[in-house]
Design a protein around this ligand. Structure first.
Ligand SMILES: O=C(O)CCC(=O)C(=O)O
Ligand SMILES: [Fe+2]
Length: 515
């Protein structure tokens, strides 16, 4: 799954670092983050000094709180970890001086680089020595209710349930397509993927000194047989997909998934034909290995399995590293109906002026939810845990040749997100960080790059094309996520994506220029 990011995550991280008897308000957490220039560790120190009421109290160091007694004698470990603790929020990083922003302050500490370099020579460390036991992500992140906007003066908006396709289309850049596959294909594909799901894994990555694991299983599939150079590229994409974990094998689409994919492509292309396109969308020929001329094609898919009501995925926007800006992602739901929750991200210049809207979209068996261009830039999405779910009654029995299923079909949801890996975002073209790992592409959802330009006119140069051409121009960052597999230790690298300097495209804007 994609990692979480942004202010909400920083708030959640900060609160997860505090002892249980410190239960401050969102406002004081935010204050501490601001005082600490976005450095979560420093903010935690501030909170520990202040106490929950904001009064000064006896100094307690964060290390002494975080470090188990056995590890505290190893100053190298402790320093290495604490100094390289990394924000996934590039702006807050920029305030800490990381990255390539003009007039940057020196990074508060360069420690960790030696140990990181040593580790890289031998590949990433095994996921075997967490300082604290592996935790379910949702237990670690006490998600702030209502997000950062809740701290502003505008009243919170209650979630809006969008229970039919026309409501979804009216309120969001998504479309919902019900009963999209022939009934029997949908059911047989559900059984097939449920069978496969027993071999899928829970994604694991480091949040500070904790190894967390995704509260659901997932796996990556590529569409066509891959050979030669392409295979190396897919291996790198696969590794990035699994948060840098090595040894994961990309699987090929099973035959029924291929059959479903052709129908999904037709649905997506018909829908895209009706929509306004964004300048930064892929404007090239997606290739036609099956002899069909399409605007959008799926060449890989991520599959997820949620067993029971509690399995979930937290708020995130999908990583853009291989799929580029303004992607179209087609998400097929099979089995138990679950709620898909979408939350708007409010740009900084609108914070305090309007509240973020949350939408709940029920996704029944055999529905296709297309996240169209701009959905990843403007919204985060999640499958929240529930107290109960409706049991699913498959309309057909499992095929007789399928081995006995490891999961109860009445209790599970399978999700397949079909995606297009853009050739201009080939792994060879992805900037590498100081850890010598592929960086991750993230949208500037809060419009911070706009702020830079507005503030002093000295922000990073952005061509009109880099803005995406929308009213709310979006910029993008390449950020280091090597810490995900390296005990939380990244190098803090980030830089603004410059599509022209990096030679990316063709974009939809190039098509209109040539017309
Ligand atoms: O299960 C779903 O519908 C969402 C999955 C998802 O967000 C993802 O794979 O990135
Ligand atoms: Fe997602």
């Amino acid at each position: 799954m994609d990692s979480l990011e942004d202010t909400d995550t920083l708030l959640a991280l900060l609160s997860s670092l505090l002892p249980d008897n410190v239960a401050p308000s969102q406002q004081s957490l935010l204050d501490a983050l601001l005082h600490a220039d976005g450095d979560v560790r420093k903010a935690a120190e501030i909170m520990l000094k202040r106490g929950p009421t904001g009064k000064r109290k006896r100094h307690v160091s964060l290390d002494s709180w975080l470090t188990p007694a056995a590890a505290s004698s190893s100053s190298k470990d402790v320093n290495g970890q604490s100094s390289s603790r990394d924000n996934s929020d590039p702006v807050l990083q920029s305030r800490c001086g990381a990255g390539e922003r003009p007039n940057k302050k020196p990074r508060s500490s360069a420690a960790g680089s030696t140990s990181t370099a040593t580790k890289k020579e031998n590949g990433p460390p095994p996921l075997s020595k967490p300082v604290k036991p592996v935790k379910n992500l949702l237990d670690v992140l006490r998600q702030p209710i209502g997000g950062a906007a809740a701290t502003a003066t505008v009243p919170r908006l209650p979630p809006l349930t969008l229970s039919n396709p026309s409501l979804v289309a009216q309120h969001t850049p998504l479309t919902l397509h019900l009963a999209v596959l022939p009934l029997e294909l949908a059911c047989q594909l559900f059984y097939t993927m449920l069978h496969e799901a027993q071999y899928w894994s829970r994604n694991k990555w480091w949040l500070f000194d904790r190894l967390v694991e995704s509260p659901h299983r997932s796996s990556l599939y590529t569409r066509h047989p891959v050979e030669g150079d392409n295979e190396a590229a897919w291996q790198r994409i696969t590794r990035a997909w699994y948060n840098g974990r090595q040894g994961e094998v990309t699987k090929q689409f099973p035959a029924l998934m291929e059959e479903a994919c052709k129908i999904v492509e037709k649905t997506v292309n018909a829908e895209m034909g009706k929509r306004k396109r964004f300048p930064l969308e892929w404007g090239g020929d997606p290739g036609d290995p099956d002899g069909q001329r399409l605007t959008w094609r799926a060449n890989f898919a991520a599959a997820n399995c949620y067993e029971g009501a509690k399995e979930a995925v937290g708020f995130h926007s999908d990583r853009l590293t291989s799929i580029g800006p303004y992607p179209t992602i087609a998400s097929l739901s099979l089995g138990t109906r679950r709620m898909f929750r979408l939350r708007e991200v409010i740009a900084l210049d609108e914070v305090g002026k309007r509240a973020a809207q949350t939408f709940d979209i029920p996704l029944p068996h055999n529905s296709l939810c297309i996240m169209h261009a701009s959905a990843q830039e403007r919204f985060k999405h999640s499958i929240p845990p529930r107290n109960t779910i409706d049991r699913f009654h498959p309309p057909y029995p499992p095929p007789p040749d399928l081995p006995e299923l490891a999961f109860d079909p009445g209790n599970c949801r399978i999700n397949i997100t079909f995606r297009f890996f853009r050739p201009d975002f080939h792994p060879d073209t992805i900037p590498r960080c100081k850890c010598d790992e592929m960086t991750t592409l993230r949208p500037d959802m809060k419009g911070r790059q706009r702020g830079w330009e507005g503030e002093d006119g000295k922000g990073p140069p952005r061509s009109p094309v880099a803005s995406g051409g929308a009213e709310r121009a979006t910029g993008y960052w390449w950020t280091c996520t090597a810490g995900d597999q390296n005990e939380g230790k990244g190098c803090g690298f980030w830089k603004v994506m410059d599509v022209r300097a990096e030679g990316r495209g063709p974009f939809v804007s190039d098509l209109s220029l040539s017309e």
